[in-house]
Ligand binder design. Structure first.
Ligand SMILES: NC(=O)C1=CN([C@@H]2O[C@H](COP(=O)(O)OP(=O)(O)OC[C@H]3O[C@@H](n4cnc5c(N)ncnc54)[C@H](OP(=O)(O)O)[C@@H]3O)[C@@H](O)[C@H]2O)C=CC1
Ligand SMILES: Cc1cn([C@H]2C[C@H](O)[C@@H](COP(=O)(O)OP(=O)(O)O[C@H]3O[C@@H](C)C(=O)[C@@H](O)[C@H]3O)O2)c(=O)[nH]c1=O
Ligand SMILES: [Mg+2]
Length: 300
């Protein structure tokens, strides 16, 4: 099997390089053609050049495409609407069209931030979407474009992605642990932390078994917590595993006490039963997954 992976230097992209490599031939693109933290070469592909997207798919001629690229700066997106939509909606539109033309499936990722967070039970795949910010809006537009493209596709909606590399809440907390005695973290936004390695492993398993009929599926760890509870567990495990020396106090605060440009959902837990039933994949508890993430010495 020949796979084309877009965005090999991203948080998820780096884990996908590891998990997809054993499936066959893996061609990776990055924005500038440089590959971080790993041997081998990548093809340059800047998604701002929409025409270049189809050209790469055409030139590589893969059996399937995996899109790990995205504009993920949630707050910055509020003032960079055009760029967020170009990367999260227009680029996937062009990519899905190229996949439809080539008759190959597209594996694409989306986010819990497509929901407004007013729900009281885990969101199902067909629950109404109502993003609160530009990032969520642009990701939703990307979902709809992929679904309308005519390409065979699988869209995996995930949440609160973290790894020991890249930009994410886990790394922010580990860094702040070395700088402060107290961290103030919102306790009224609840979700399901999900490591990049899990999404990458599940993606590889699905591609190996065959994507099957087009679908949108939720993929997160099981269980739920607030960002404050997530931070507290990072501190507890971080000390136990030896990633940090001393744990700062983690004080719960309200969203109102931590003003940000973007509004975030108060409750964005995703119901993952459909994925579990369709592929027979048991998803780990977020605490167990976090422990495994923190224990890994070299993620690549
Ligand atoms: N992070 C999270 O918490 C969550 C992420 N998701 C989704 O999961 C997927 C993977 O996200 P994640 O790995 O965290 O994101 P990252 O931001 O870590 O990676 C995104 C990648 O896209 C690349 N990219 C952005 N703009 C361009 C461009 N113009 N041309 C080429 N490449 C570009 C970036 O390249 P460069 O490094 O050069 O900027 C980066 O490597 C996305 O679909 C995201 O929406 C879903 C839920 C939660
Ligand atoms: C650093 C920090 C953040 N916070 C709050 C701000 C915010 O409400 C919450 C999380 O902050 P972050 O900016 O790390 O998280 P954010 O960028 O909103 O994370 C999101 O990224 C996108 C890409 C997704 O798709 C989502 O699933 C989600 O993972 O924690 C504190 O309360 N205290 C702090 O010290
Ligand atoms: Mg962020």
């Amino acid at each position: 099997m020949k796979l084309l992976l877009l965005g090999g230097n991203g948080q998820l992209g780096r884990e996908l390089r590891r998990s997809l490599a054993p499936l066959g031939e893996l061609i990776v693109t990055t924005r500038d053609g440089r590959l971080e933290a790993g041997a081998g070469a990548a093809l340059p592909l800047d998604l701002s050049d929409l025409d270049a997207i189809a050209a790469v798919v055409d030139r590589v001629g893969p059996d399937a495409v995996v899109n790990a690229t995205a504009y993920t700066a949630v707050d910055k997106a509020e003032s960079e609407r055009e760029l967020a939509f170009r990367i999260n909606a227009e680029a996937p539109t062009a990519l899905a069209a190229a996949c439809a033309t080539a008759g190959i499936p597209l594996l694409h990722y989306s986010t819990d931030y497509v929901f407004d967070g007013q729900g009281t039970r885990p969101y199902r795949e067909d629950d109404p979407t109502a993003p609160l910010g530009v990032y969520g809006e642009s990701k939703l537009a990307g979902e709809l474009a992929v679904q309308a493209s005519g390409a065979g596709h699988l869209i995996l909606r995930t949440a609160w992605v973290h790894a020991l590399h890249g930009h994410n809440f886990l790394r922010t907390m580990l860094r702040l642990a070395g700088e402060r005695d107290e961290l103030r973290v919102v306790a009224d936004q609840v979700g399901s932390p999900t490591p990049a390695w899990l999404i990458a492993d599940v993606s590889a398993r699905i591609l190996a078994d065959g994507v099957g009929p087009s679908a949108l599926l939720h993929l997160t760890c099981t269980g739920e917590c607030s960002w404050q509870e997530f931070a507290s567990e990072i501190m507890r495990l971080g000390v136990a595993i030896g990633r940090i020396g001393q744990a700062p106090k983690v004080t719960p605060i309200t969203t109102a006490e931590y003003p940000t440009p973007a509004h975030r959902p108060a409750y964005s837990v995703l119901d993952t039963r459909r994925l579990t039933e369709r592929y027979g994949i048991e998803l780990p508890r977020w605490q167990d997954a976090l422990s495994r993430t923190l224990s890994a010495h070299d993620p690549l």
